[in-house]
Design a protein around this ligand. Structure first.
Ligand code: ADE
Length: 225
């Protein structure tokens, strides 16, 4: 998979890709991440990426021209499965969307800033709009980092067996069950007896029951789908 991220603040985005699982995925050539600074595609001496809104009103709007130049340059090199715009009014990210995107080959992610982009960018270049939740960030960069993390860890080979994504919360519309490790007794707080029974079908059944109880208590909305 290749992800091209278009941003006015590349420095805000770099560190999540320089540690841990994402770093290993890049080093293993399972994913390529390329950052494109929108200012490199500007044509005036101020390197403007935004301007006042037509019709008046507070807040700047990102210009279509540098975005067009950047996306068009990328498209001459390869074709893209999706051109994603990070925005609070997009479809809300969930595990299903992350699963879908993990199967793609090439994606562009455009990070919004200020009030957002000129609507014509959305109408003519963007194929998918994604929000990471119902709150407003100061830009799309942190959202893009969240999206990339959720997607990249699902690419086959990125996680080892010990961290398999198959047992994650949400993978089957259920939250994950409680988990424990050593010591068995900490200050008198005991690990559930069943986990030491050696009866793996029974342990599996207990985990499923716990996942159901937890989901019913905390996220009954997941069970409606
Ligand atoms: N940009 C600003 N807020 C955002 C959000 N909630 N999700 C994605 N991109 C954003």
């Amino acid at each position: 998979m290749r992800i091209d991220i278009i941003t006015v603040l590349p420095e805000l985005l770099k560190s999540p890709f320089e540690a841990s699982i994402l770093k290993r995925a890049i080093e293993a050539n399972l994913v390529e991440i390329h950052f494109h600074n929108l200012r490199d595609y500007t044509s005036d001496k101020y390197k403007s990426v935004d301007d006042y809104q037509f019709g008046g009103g507070a807040g700047m709007v990102m210009l279509i021209e540098p975005i067009d130049k950047c996306i068009s340059a990328l498209k001459t090199e390869r074709s893209y499965d999706d051109i994603i715009y990070m925005t609070p009014d997009g479809e809300r990210l969930n595990q299903g969307i992350a699963n879908q995107l993990s199967l793609k080959k090439n994606m562009i992610i455009l990070c919004g800033h200020y009030k957002g982009v000129d609507q014509r960018v959305r109408d003519h270049f963007i194929t998918r709009e994604i929000s990471i939740g119902d709150y407003v960030l100061s830009g799309g960069e942190l959202g893009a980092a969240v999206l990339c993390d959720a997607v990249i860890r699902l690419i086959p080979g990125v996680l080892g067996n010990e961290t398999s994504a198959l047992t994650d919360s949400f993978q089957d519309n259920l939250l994950a069950p409680p988990i424990y490790t050593r010591p068995r007794d900490y200050n008198g707080w005991q690990v559930p007896e069943i986990l030491f029974s050696g009866d793996f079908p029974k342990i599996e059944k207990w985990r499923e029951d716990q996942a159901l109880i937890r989901t019913r208590e905390r996220r009954p909305d997941l069970m409606d789908d």
